[in-house]
Design a protein around this ligand. Structure first.
Ligand code: GLP
Length: 241
């Protein structure tokens, strides 16, 4: 595992965009695993800038997002569908049919999870997976647990995640209680994993992920066993290492 430290969240975003851009230049039809949350926003800004500057072309790329809330409309301002359009998809030349996201409104969510895993496998697997990290060490929506779940699955969000994500919603009662998330197996099967973490409120999760035993109570700790994992951290997120 590689760890790179930067002074600011913007630098973390630039470094992540360089690695994603290099992946795309090497293989224009790359399968990219994408994340939501505030952490990847500087990365997406830099990717958009590089696209507008004529440096990066997404026309052959394929993307799969990590997760989506259950039972909120795709057009809801807090849905991850909306987030991805606003923060990335509407500003690059990715073909809409190549941008995949789990459907948290599917009537049969287990069937939807199986379909999503199959779609990733059919695309040839994920070349590069971008990840944030939750304050409780979650990746995607793989919450602290006594096990690592392999495949895409429906997750019941923990109270700490509901509280952390409450800031995007009108009230805590509006935060969905469930989400569909890629499993740890699908994340670990990515050929490369890139985790971005910024800000002091991530310092404890980053410390546990990097310095303590590999433990499903800190789901990100499993990334230490990945053959090509890169952590890009700002000073605040790295403060307890
Ligand atoms: C959500 C997402 C995660 C993300 C995490 C951290 O729970 N499901 O993929 O990593 O939030 O979000 P933020 O980057 O806003 O702190």
């Amino acid at each position: 595992m590689q760890v790179h430290l930067y002074d600011t969240a913007e630098q973390v975003g630039q470094a992540a965009a360089i690695l994603i851009g290099a992946q795309l230049l090497e293989k224009p039809s790359s399968v990219l695993g994408l994340a939501t949350g505030s952490s990847p926003i500087p990365t997406y800004r830099e990717l958009i800038r590089l696209h507008r500057a004529g440096v990066l072309d997404f026309s052959s790329a394929i993307t799969f997002n990590l997760d989506e809330y259950c039972r909120i409309s795709e057009e809801h301002p807090c849905s991850y569908h909306r987030f991805m359009k606003d923060e990335l998809f509407d500003h690059i030349n990715l073909k809409p049919e190549n941008a995949h996201m789990p459907d948290g409104n599917a009537a049969d969510l287990s069937a939807e999870c199986a379909r999503y895993d199959r779609a990733i496998a059919r695309a040839g697997g994920i070349d590069l997976q971008l990840l944030g990290i939750g304050r409780n060490g979650h990746i995607g929506f793989n919450e602290p647990s006594d096990q690592f779940v392999y495949g895409c699955h429906v997750v019941r969000l923990t109270q700490s995640t509901i509280e952390a994500n409450r800031r995007f919603f009108d009230s805590e009662a509006d935060v969905p209680r469930e989400a569909v998330s890629l499993g740890i197996g699908s994340i670990m099967n990515a050929r490369r994993v890139l985790l971005v973490a910024t800000g002091a409120d991530k310092a404890e999760a980053v410390r546990k992920a990097i310095c303590e035993d590999i433990d499903p109570d800190t789901q990100a700790s499993i990334l230490r066993t990945h053959p090509s994992a890169v952590f890009l951290l700002d000073r605040a997120a790295a403060a307890r290492l």
